[in-house]
Ligand binder design. Sequence first.
Ligand SMILES: [Zn+2]
Length: 232
Amino acid sequence: MAATRFLPIALALAGAVTAGTAGVALAGTKPEALLPGVTAPGGKPEALPPEAGAPRVAQGGVCTPAEQAVLDEAFAEARTRMRQAIRFVAERPQDPHVVRYFGTASVKQVRWTLERIALRLDQPGTFGTSCNDPRGCNRDIFAYSERGRPHLGFCARFFRSPEEGQDARFGVVIHEMSHLAAGTDDHAYQPANVRRLAQENPQLAVLNADSYEYFVETLPQAMVRNGAKLAR
Ligand SMILES: [Zn+2]
């Protein structure tokens, strides 16, 4: 039913509270630029680059071979980073990095969510993907998930995102997959808001998609580089 395809997740969660965000978003979108006043210091400018450099738009959301290659690489990187993140939390549940993003919340719940995301990333046959579908994309959106349908859509802004750093392509994949696999919501966007949420409302931080994205994107670098070896 077209009218309910993008039902905002927040409406479906009893007692859901938004933290410092405003405006209407699609379910599971990651539209930072739609949320005035939440840009972190030094963060991305609200103004977006012109569309001229974006990949060619496929009609109806079919991914071009070039887009599919970018997606495959981002998903592969997301799988690798999720394994590192799960091991990090298992070995260092009290690490300041865990506290920074999830405060005093249950580490078991953090692990459960990370494991759900990782498991679903390893089951690509259980969800669909699309690229630049005008029914779900606009110029501000990186990607979106849909309620009631195992599907992730990726938009032009995703294909302009970097490989590393804030809002890296693998991080956007983790964000969207957290909605699909673990039922997270968007309570706060952007690193500064996410870290504040961890301190002020850890029960919401463990349900917040960007918290997982930034937790993994900023996992201590020695962990990312050395694989099995933890940073000291
Ligand atoms: Zn989201």
